[in-house]
Ligand binder design. Structure first.
Ligand code: PEP
Ligand code: MN
Length: 332
């Protein structure tokens, strides 16, 4: 249910109304333009008339979406996540770049320097790696997180790294700015609920067989548990095509923007799995309206321990940033 308040409702009256609704067992979210979203609760079958009789309520509107907090119905304006000087979800393109896996200080520093020189805001690197084979490199673990924190601080970059399990959250939340949930864990609801209890923004990647609705319900788990700072990531889905690793679903970008107020970044690295396709699909993602781009790069891409085939070199990254910025500038 959405309650549109009378235009002259003052702060105190609004707080009293929120308290009253909460005492009735509802979760209340203050949204845009004098609108309160009233969600679930023990009395969720309360008749609409009861709401319209509450003080300062001008209009009662249905909240039809299954994902309530993530829905654009609840919050019509775009969510902009502020991290220091950086805004995610507004007009500024948010560029996340770095290796698939953190391998060494030298490798990470080389990436950080190129990221910074080209105006990227965030450095990524996996310390806990979800590998198809248990015999493959599984990541540097906490040592990798510490390295990421050090290098990120040295270059003034926001850091992004994946957690695969609840036991990794505390260390990741301490050393890393944005915690990534990978495609394989998008529907790990206990993990999502745990992430709702921390303050760090969450980069939630779409599962490779997940619908938009399922992605948004996963975002809802994090938000309902108390963390409103969710960044969605389109990273490609499994299709019949075998030339590419995944098919970057460009439809997802404008479609999700209609359904949700949350920021959306595109990952053309996992979305294609093919190095030569990363730059053109980064351009396409920005043209489609993505708020940001996530790419994997490496000082010597063929030597990447993981995801070498989709990892770009520094010269390509530099061209990519120049080109996506040019595209973005004609959209604003
Ligand atoms: C990654 O970002 O390196 C990664 C494993 O991503 P995804 O979960 O999208 O496969
Ligand atoms: Mn990867």
């Amino acid at each position: 249910m959405l309650l549109e308040l009378r235009a002259n409702t003052n702060y105190l009256d609004k707080q009293l109304l929120i308290e009253r609704l909460e005492n009735m067992g509802f979760r209340v979210v203050e949204s845009d333009a004098n609108i309160l979203a009233v969600i679930g609760g023990v009395n969720s079958l309360v008749a609409t008339e009861l709401f319209s009789e509450l003080p300062n309520v001008a209009k009662v509107l249905p909240l039809t979406s299954n994902f309530k907090l993530a829905s654009r119905q609840t919050k019509p304006s775009d969510t902009i996540i502020k991290m220091g000087e950086v805004s995610i979800g507004g007009d500024e393109l948010f560029i996340i770049a770095g290796p698939c896996s953190i391998e060494s200080r030298e490798q990470l520093e080389a990436c950080a320097k190129i990221a910074k020189d080209n105006g990227a805001q965030a450095l990524r690197g996996g310390a806990y790696k979800p590998r198809s084979s248990p015999y493959d490199f599984q990541g540097m673990g906490v040592d990798g997180l510490k390295l990421l924190a050090e290098v990120g601080a040295k270059y003034g970059l926001i850091t992004v790294s994946e957690v695969m399990d609840g036991s990794q959250i505390a260390a990741a939340a301490e050393y890393v700015d944005i915690l990534q949930i990978g495609a394989r864990n998008m529907q790990n609801y206990t993990l999502l609920t745990e992430l709702g209890k921390i303050k760090n923004p969450i980069l939630l990647k779409r599962g490779f067989a997940a619908t938009y609705h399922e992605l948004l319900m996963s975002a809802e788990y994090i938000m309902l548990a108390g963390n409103p700072n969710v960044i969605l990531c389109e990273r490609g889905i499994r299709t019949i095509e075998t030339f590419t690793r995944n098919t970057l679903d460009l439809n997802a970008i404008p479609a999700l923007q209609q359904l949700t107020h949350l920021p959306i970044v595109a990952d053309p690295s996992h979305g294609t799995g093919v190095r030569s396709l990363v730059l053109p699909m980064a351009r396409a993602s920005v043209a489609a309206g993505a708020h940001g781009i996530l790419v994997e790069m490496h000082p010597d891409p063929d030597k990447s321990i993981s995801d070498a085939k989709q990892t770009i070199d520094f010269a390509t990254f530099s061209d990519l940033v120049t080109q996506v910025r040019r595209i973005k500038s004609v959209l604003i």
